[in-house]
Design a protein around this ligand. Structure first.
Ligand code: GRF
Length: 198
């Protein structure tokens, strides 16, 4: 079975990246992370990559001089490593048109709520969980979706529903959803890897 080559974009701690690396290493995911790119030189995700001997690159509008130049550079780094699937794992920058064009239908994101609810501009990090709790939702959970030109908009590939308890706070909910993210993201990539064998 051909192993899928993954290029991960991440801005933060990288716990989702770690869950993908772990499944890759234990043999349950037929895919390898071949490069991790971050706009943030201090990202925990870059450290995790280095710890596993994975190439870690810092590329941003600042390092390249403009957002367009960064978009071009990121696309080149992905293409030159023959990346099959671009995986967004807590990436806080808007995806540029060049990367989107090069990886149409081959880029995925994970969002910490049940899209199409609680997505879109400004809906990231703790904002999402605050909004879910404030709306009195009975359920929440992660969504994995294909990335298109609109925030949190592309085709939904997988979701896990978990109950929101009356005593849940944004913080407790974040923790519960994140635990499920670590299951659903590698599982969804595994399904894509299997489908793409055909
Ligand atoms: C996750 O909650 C994910 O849903 C969102 O960003 C967060 C990233 O967390 N897109 P981590 O860096 O993977 O720990």
């Amino acid at each position: 079975m051909k192993r899928l080559r993954l290029g991960v974009l991440a801005s933060g701690g990288g716990s989702n990246l770690q869950s993908i690396i772990d499944r890759s290493l234990d043999g349950s995911l037929q895919a390898d992370v071949v490069v991790v790119i971050s706009n943030n030189s201090g990202a925990g995700a870059l450290k995790r990559a280095v710890n596993h001997g994975i190439e870690a690159l810092h590329i941003s509008g600042v390092t390249e001089g403009s957002a367009e130049a960064a978009d071009w550079k990121i696309t080149e780094e992905m293409k030159s490593r023959k990346v099959d699937l671009v995986v967004l794992a807590g990436y806080m920058k808007k995806i540029g048109d060049i990367l989107l064009g090069a990886y149409q239908g081959r880029m995925v994101n994970i969002h910490p709520a049940l899209l199409p609810k609680f997505g879109g501009d400004g809906m990231y990090g703790m904002n999402v969980h605050k909004a879910v709790v404030a709306a009195g939702e009975k359920e929440s959970g992660p969504t994995v979706h294909i990335v298109d030109s609109q925030y949190d908009h592309g085709c939904i590939l997988a979701q896990i529903n978990i109950p929101v308890q009356p005593d849940d706070t944004p913080e407790t909910l974040q923790k519960k959803v994140l635990e499920k993210e670590h299951i659903i993201y590698p599982e969804t990539i595994k399904k894509l890897a299997e489908e793409w064998q055909e």
